[in-house]
Design a binder for this molecule. Structure first.
Ligand SMILES: [Zn+2]
Length: 389
């Protein structure tokens, strides 16, 4: 990753470059990031620059063997640590970042280094656990730190989401952060540094990330998806809360969005048939039960994403129903679903569904039973649609 491709304000890159050129780069940096920032990319770009064989004043060359290895996150002096936990295959007492490195690299590279914790946890399969950078990771860091840099330049340690450092791991790293080996650079990336040990914070130099501007998000979306119309890019940006990862996720061709739309459609059609007392084969209780079972088997985070999508869709339908079509951006598939369902909905019933989804989301987050929550949602929604006596 070169600096030129990192989606952060230029001042931030200039600030780091200036420190490098002045020879006063701190050996332990804390990147205080915001949700959806390209902070991991900036950390990699900095490592790549420090290890590049032919850097210019402003960027790494992108072509030397070292840069090529960094582009694949495979440079032997690039050490990556990130939250991890026990899974079906790995016992929690054995887990450490290196066991998940392949998946982590794939995830990061597939997303142009725009990564976020809920997504990573869902890939890890650790949604119902508490992933952390743990003690085994600290041991591994101490081990590498006692060795020379492979390529003779810098050793770059990136601790992505250091606000998820296990306290024991943090304790173990204190001395290393205080007196790192020469040419070791530690970049700790955190979104919630208030969760970190004060003793760690006091040993790092903070680089604060500003929120991304809407303009920057819009331009980046258009660059990444040249087929996107400026109007759609603008609409996505307005709903992204300055979070580029959220904006990328809203890109309408998303495969996951199609899947979540399918579940919404199947669920709602069942509810409508039931509420309208249609024949039993149309109501298809069995189909709904299967759907609920499938959704129940999702990780907590995936289920939450599903319901958030449903809620977003119901909000859009509400606006459409209220005649505010111009405020709503729907994909063709979403429009089709709306056309199929709109005659069954009233303004009031969609609004009630929206509220019921809010409550369901709250219960999911509080570890409620997903099967009960979804079944309850089904009967509630049906009652909203039934003609009132
Ligand atoms: Zn290079």
């Amino acid at each position: 990753m070169q600096f030129k491709d990192v989606l952060v304000p230029q001042e931030l890159k200039d600030q780091l470059l200036q420190q490098i050129h002045d020879g006063r780069i701190s050996h332990a940096q804390l990147f205080h990031s915001q949700p959806g920032n390209h902070s991991f990319a900036l950390a990699v770009a900095m490592g790549q620059y420090l290890c590049c064989e032919h850097p210019s004043e402003t960027d790494s060359c992108g072509e030397c063997p070292s840069c090529k290895q960094f582009e694949k996150l495979e440079h032997p002096d690039l050490h990556l640590y990130f939250p991890n936990c026990g899974t079906d295959k790995i016992d929690s007492k054995d887990c450490e970042s290196s066991l998940f490195l392949k998946e982590f690299r794939e995830y990061a590279l597939a997303n142009n280094l725009h990564i976020d914790l809920p997504e990573w946890i869902s890939i890890l399969g650790g949604a119902n656990k508490k992933p952390a950078i743990n003690v085994r990771d600290a041991s591994r860091i101490l081990h590498f730190n006692s060795m020379r840099a492979y390529a003779g330049k810098y050793k770059v340690y990136i601790l992505w989401r250091a606000d998820r450092l296990h306290p024991d791991c943090g304790q173990k790293l204190l001395k290393t952060l205080e007196e790192p080996e020469e040419n070791s650079i530690f970049i700790l990336i955190a979104e919630e540094p208030e969760y970190m040990l004060p003793t760690i914070l006091s040993r790092t130099q903070t680089v604060k990330f500003p929120r991304l501007s809407n303009e920057a998000i819009e331009q980046a979306l258009l660059k990444e998806h040249p087929d996107l119309s400026p109007e759609v890019a603008h609409n996505i940006t307005l709903h992204a809360d300055h979070n580029y990862i959220k904006a990328r996720r809203s890109y309408p061709n998303d495969e996951l969005a199609a899947q979540m739309l399918d579940t919404f459609q199947a669920f709602t059609q069942g509810v409508v048939a039931y509420a309208q007392r249609q024949p039993l084969d149309k109501v298809n209780f069995k189909g709904t039960q299967d759907l609920i079972n499938d959704m129940t088997s999702l990780s907590k985070e995936d289920l939450r994403q599903h319901l958030l999508f449903w809620q977003d869709l119901s909000r859009k339908f509400l606006l459409m129903k209220a005649g505010n079509d111009q405020l709503v951006m729907l994909t063709d598939a979403e429009k089709e679903t709306y056309e199929q369902l709109k005659s069954a909905f009233t303004l009031r019933s969609v609004s009630q569904l929206n509220e019921a989804l809010n409550v369901a989301l709250l219960h999911i987050v509080r570890n409620g039973n997903p099967s009960l929550i979804l079944t309850d949602l089904y009967f509630q929604f049906a009652s909203f649609l039934m003609p009132k006596k």
